[in-house]
Design a protein around this ligand. Structure first.
Ligand SMILES: Nc1ncnc2c1ncn2[C@@H]1O[C@H](COP(=O)(O)OP(=O)(O)OP(=O)(O)O)[C@@H](O)[C@H]1O
Length: 487
């Protein structure tokens, strides 16, 4: 639909855009990104024919842009207008109607039924129909932005050029506008749009052009552009990449300048003992990966609760019941990881291990009534089990990579399995040594302060500390339960 070859140009004698080449296919949503002053608007002005090219070519539907008359080009390409004081005199509908100019012919231009239909459709699509007869001066910035989009749509273009279309729009209208553009590109509209918001661009655009100093830095799909090194190189800012929680599009988080922070350790002094639960309240929020009944997955949490429940606890609506319980005890569910066990709280055991530049504090409750050898085939997971659960908390004082979190889970699981093997815990169904129970839960929580720990495999300092702290706390909890139950 558009092919740009070696575009160079600018204002007066200075070159702003240098040697930019790209092509945009029909129906693509193509995003242009880059820091302030990198030449995005200048490039768009060249594509729309507003600025003459110093050198290079722009083909619009295969024809050089300079071979189009202004009216011909306006029937193919629309540009989102910028607000000027002259707009204040018009009503919303009049403003949108200006978009029909390129479709009217003859000396005495007449307003047709088709013009009316297209204008009303554009007002409808952009949610501006409700204030069609209001003067533009009486609208908010976001409402005006939508009116200008309606004007561009009334032009019925094949190509739409947008300069930061979500500017001034609130969260819900940003989404509505981009959803609308996405739908229109699916119907064949081609959109080239400047974005400042990397995450929105990544979510919605088919391909992105990242500009630096008037030139192309990278062109490609979001996954090719949204790399920490590219963004750092172009914006000179540290960012961290994460997956979007629901769609496979990368997202970037800004990293605020680090402040000097004292290192903090979670220790046994912080455990609060109650007959029906134990808890730890951290003075800072910890980065956590957990499988708790409450607070599962990744999060920043400051409260950790392990609750004793009766061995006949009805598991049908356990999430709701557990939420009520933790709230009644004064825990904020957004800040809390909650686990449950039939083990008596007095059987909880803990161990602190310091290894090189990292320390780990593990807390475990180990009930093994439904111990399972994970390598054996089971008749049915629904079969009746005696209650039992091994709940493991691992607190690390260090700055852990996500890799270290995941390896830490693995190392902790190995340590748990070894503790069960050494204690001779059996899977009663298979008659073999058990590796865990069917309802075990775990969390790794890190202060994200102190020494950086990239790995937590079994021979790294963090892995050694996790392995030993988990092994010893599980072993001791098993022993405590065994002693208490011994006749
Ligand atoms: N009308 C103009 N006359 C002269 N120089 C200009 C003009 N408009 C922009 N420039 C210069 O061209 C360079 C690129 O500006 P441009 O507006 O294309 O950048 P941009 O990437 O769109 O920036 P922003 O993100 O801030 O909107 C800047 O250094 C700017 O000062």
């Amino acid at each position: 639909m558009i092919q740009a070859g070696e575009l160079s140009g600018g204002y007066g004698s200075g070159l702003i855009v240098r040697g930019v080449s790209f092509s945009v296919k029909k129906g693509e949503l193509f995003g242009v990104l880059g820091p302030n002053g990198s030449g995005k608007t200048t490039l768009m002005n060249m594509i729309s024919g507003l600025i003459a090219l110093e050198s290079g070519t722009i083909l619009v539907k295969g024809k050089p842009i300079q071979d189009y008359s202004p009216k011909e080009l306006a029937r193919v390409m629309a540009v989102l207008p910028q607000m000027t004081s002259s707009h204040f005199a018009y009503s919303v509908k009049e403003t949108v109607s200006l978009g029909r100019y390129a479709h009217q012919s003859g000396f005495f231009k007449s307003w047709t039924a088709d013009d009316e239909k297209v204008v009303l459709g554009a007002l409808q699509k952009t949610g501006t129909l409700a204030f069609a007869y209001k003067p533009l001066s009486a609208l908010s910035g976001g409402e005006r932005q939508r009116v200008f989009l309606a004007q561009a749509l009334a032009q019925e273009p094949e190509i739409l050029l947008l300069d930061e279309p979500t500017n001034h729009l609130d969260l819900s209208f940003q989404k509505d506008l981009l959803d609308l553009l996405k739908k229109m590109t699916a119907d064949g509209l081609t959109v080239i749009s400047i974005f400042h918001d990397l995450n929105l661009a990544s979510l919605y655009c088919d391909r992105l052009l990242l500009m630096k100093n008037g030139s192309v830095h990278t062109i490609g799909a979001a996954a090719d552009i949204m790399k920490e090194e590219h963004i750092h190189d172009v914006y000179n800012t540290d960012v961290q990449k994460q997956p979007h929680p629901e769609v496979p599009k990368p997202q970037m988080s800004l990293l605020p300048a680090a402040s000097v922070e004292n290192s903090i350790e979670i220790t046994e002094d912080m455990i609060e003992w109650h007959s029906d639960y134990i808890s730890i309240k951290s003075p800072i929020q910890l980065k956590v990966l957990s499988s708790g009944v409450i607070g599962a997955g990744w999060g920043w949490r400051s409260a950790f609760v392990n609750r004793h429940v009766d061995k006949n606890y009805n598991m049908d609506h356990f999430e709701k019941e557990a939420s009520c319980y933790f709230q009644e005890k004064g825990f904020d569910l957004h800040e809390t990881v909650g686990m449950m066990t039939a083990v008596m709280m007095e059987d909880a055991a803990y161990k602190r291990i310091v290894q090189d530049d990292v320390s780990v504090f593990a807390v475990a409750t180990a009930g093994v009534g439904n111990a399972v050898d994970v390598s054996r085939q089971r008749k049915s997971w629904k079969e009746k089990h005696k209650p039992g659960t091994i709940n493991i908390w691992v607190f690390a004082n260090g700055k852990l990579s996500e890799e270290a979190f995941v390896q830490g889970l693995m190392t902790a699981a190995e340590a748990k399995a070894k503790a069960l093997a050494d204690a001779g815990v059996m899977d009663l169904e298979s008659g073999t040594i058990a590796t865990g129970t069917s309802t075990d839960s775990i969390l790794i929580a890190s202060t994200q302060r102190g020494a950086y720990q990239q790995f937590a495999g079994s021979v790294t300092p963090l892995g050694i500390a996790i392995g030993r702290a988990v092994y010893e706390s599980v072993t001791e909890s098993l022993e405590k339960t065994r002693r208490r139950k011994a006749p």
